[in-house]
Ligand binder design. Structure first.
Ligand SMILES: Nc1ncnc2c1ncn2[C@@H]1O[C@H](COP(=O)(O)OP(=O)(O)OP(=O)(O)O)[C@@H](O)[C@H]1O
Ligand SMILES: Cc1cn([C@H]2C[C@H](O)[C@@H](COP(=O)(O)O)O2)c(=O)[nH]c1=O
Length: 212
């Protein structure tokens, strides 16, 4: 019987380097003999990518907080059922650029829904699937904002463009998860990309047993 693959998520605020790091992390895991699938949220499947456009485009007021949370949960449900679960069942590793902890931090802590409500939606949509390990990249907010602004030529998406207080609540929520939940690890995202990759690898080394 094929051993189930491992599921990792990379989390954190805007511009901290998540998308940059998942490729380097995947290369390192592949060098240990594992097949790795990279994916992102919202998105990862055809339907979820359509929902991504609905969520990230349009005016700041396009969605009320509860509708927004439901749309993220719907996108995640399709992503889990059609991509993540089949990949894990066939022994592949999956690395997701954001997962449920983004909903807890952005729609929960940032937008006022309770953690219980977010997790109830996750229970219905995705049978409560949690990553084996969640790596939260943290960077000084000014440096992260500069990185994101340079990348996006100062055109933030609907959620990225929210107030500083919102993003600070999101960041503190991630810190709280790491304090209470052993699967969640904080990783310093300052320095070179290579420095950051080394810190990420150190946080998953216990999972990296070579396949038989
Ligand atoms: N260690 C680093 N040092 C300097 N610049 C970096 C570093 N890592 C990533 N960057 C640059 O910072 C910008 C943001 O990085 P990236 O897109 O990986 O962040 P992200 O966390 O995925 O952002 P978002 O959540 O907003 O999509 C990119 O232009 C990237 O090239
Ligand atoms: C999964 C998820 C994401 N978000 C927010 C966080 C970001 O502002 C965008 C995604 O953009 P990225 O460039 O791909 O990081 O969506 C959220 O609010 N809730 C979620 O569950």
């Amino acid at each position: 019987m094929t051993a189930r693959g491992r599921f990792l998520s990379i989390e954190g605020g805007e511009g901290v380097g998540k998308s940059t790091q998942i490729n380097a992390l995947a290369d390192m895991i592949r060098s240990h003999g594992h097949e790795v699938i990279l994916t992102r949220e919202p998105g990862g499947t055809e339907g979820a990518e359509v929902i991504r456009q609905l969520l990230l485009g349009g005016s700041a007021e396009r969605w009320a907080a509860r509708a927004e949370a439901l749309l993220f949960a719907a996108a995640r449900s399709d992503h889990v059922e059609r991509l993540i679960e089949p990949a894990l069942a066939s022994g592949k590793w999956v690395i997701a650029d954001r997962f449920i902890d983004s909903s807890r931090a952005y729609q929960g802590a940032g937008s006022g829904l309770s953690d219980d409500d977010i997790m109830t939606l996750h229970g219905i949509g995705s049978r409560g699937l949690l990553p084996d390990r969640t790596l939260v990249l943290r960077l000084d907010p000014k440096e992260a904002a500069q990185r994101a602004a340079a990348r996006d030529q100062n055109r933030p998406d609907r959620i990225q463009g929210r107030a500083e207080d919102f993003h600070s609540d999101v960041d503190m929520a991630f810190v709280g998860y790491a304090e209470r939940e052993p699967r969640v690890r904080l990783v310093d995202a300052s320095g070179t990309a290579e420095d950051v990759t080394a810190r990420l690898v150190a946080q998953i080394s216990d999972l990296l047993v070579e396949p038989a």
